[in-house]
Design a protein around this ligand. Structure first.
Ligand code: MRU
Length: 346
């Protein structure tokens, strides 16, 4: 039976059902969406998060939008869709998967015949969802082949089943390697300020009986010096044409540390996360979230009221620091534009 994390996004009896990632691991709760606006809010408020997962959620959101508009205007429902498609793309700016999913769904919308569009769009969303899981399983195998036995690895944020349609990217590599008995232990950065590592990655790995040790983000350099992990394995929100990687804030620091300590730096991402329109990381918008993520914790005030706050939630790792980009189509060692284009064309 699929694990709870692998069912974090489900379509059930006409509703989009999302495992609420804001309250894990202490509470297992679900948010149900019957309207597209609820799907937009769920992405924005991080009920669902992780680049591929928000893409999958947006695809189902398109089916919800079509249902709403067809009920009111069966003849010209398509004309009313644009604002919702825009809202879905804009819900979070850094991951390219929202744009990718909406582009695919827009194409399906344009080819719907007369009659109720919901079944057609639902089928397309399900296909996109399934393809993401298949891509993760394939990239998991590719990534695992780079690991030797008894591997100690470090991961950042949560790039697991929760962050995707299922199985995970960075955690997909770790799951595949674990199935091959190659994993000694996984270190999970806590990932401030939202604690994706402490709350989600640790929970997900333990569900699969994969040994995990949580460290605070600032322990990573000491870990590299003292434990010599074989790899840092992370996901990506967007990979630019030249191989620069946007991912959770702190990823860039890890890549610099990894280079200094001779540790491999692996980025595991489906090709849907590659954005050929972004020539380099400089073209990628970095989301900044509420100051309150840093100044408060569970309504306890942490910072003096007058303190200025800067809360960028992603950063750019230059391609030159990436040892391997692992996709469902194969591995790109020391990624650059030429190799990425060859991968996509091949
Ligand atoms: O802010 P989040 O939790 O959505 O950020 C998620 C990440 O940065 C992940 O590493 C990335 O989306 C890849 S998920 C497979």
């Amino acid at each position: 039976m699929a694990s709870l994390a692998d069912q974090a996004i489900r379509w059930h009896e006409g509703r989009l059902v999302l495992l609420d990632q804001r309250v894990l691991p202490n509470q297992v709760e679900f948010v149900e969406c019957t309207r597209v606006g609820e799907a937009v809010d769920a992405i924005r408020e991080m009920v669902v998060r992780g680049a591929p997962a928000i893409g999958v959620c947006a695809a189902y959101g398109v089916a919800l939008a079509a249902r709403e508009h067809f009920a009111v205007s069966p003849k010209d429902w398509i004309e009313h869709m644009e604002a919702d498609l825009h809202a879905l793309v804009q819900a979070r700016p850094t991951a390219v998967n929202l744009k990718w999913a909406i582009t695919r769904m827009r194409d399906v919308i344009q080819h719907t015949g007369p009659g109720d569009p919901e079944p057609v769009l639902l089928k397309a969303a399900r296909k996109l969802h399934l393809e993401d899981v298949q891509a993760n399983r394939a990239l998991g195998e590719h990534g695992a082949s780079l690991l030797k036995d008894d591997a100690v690895v470090l991961t950042h944020c949560n790039a697991g089943a929760l962050a995707t349609g299922g199985y995970g990217t960075a955690l997909g590599v770790i799951r595949s390697a674990h199935a091959q008995h190659k994993i000694k232990t996984v270190y999970a950065d806590e990932t401030r300020p939202w604690f994706q590592g402490t709350r989600l990655t640790a929970w997900e790995l333990l569900q699969d009986n994969i040994p995990v040790t949580v460290i605070c983000d600032s322990a990573a350099a000491s870990l590299m010096r003292e434990q010599q992990p074989a790899w840092v394995i992370v996901g990506a929100d967007r990979v630019a044409r030249n191989g620069d990687v946007a991912n959770k804030i702190g990823t860039y620091a890890l890549a610099l540390m990894a280079r200094e300590h001779g540790v491999g730096f692996m980025v595991a991402a489906p090709t849907s996360s590659i954005d050929l329109e972004a020539a380099s990381g400089a073209a990628i918008e970095i989301e900044e979230r509420s100051q309150r993520e840093l100044t408060e914790y569970h309504e306890v005030t942490l910072a003096p009221a007058k303190a200025e706050v800067w809360n960028p939630v992603f950063d750019i790792t230059p391609a030159g620091l990436v040892t391997a980009l692992v996709t469902e189509k194969g591995v790109v060692h020391a990624p650059c534009e030429e190799k990425i284009l060859a991968l996509l064309q091949g």
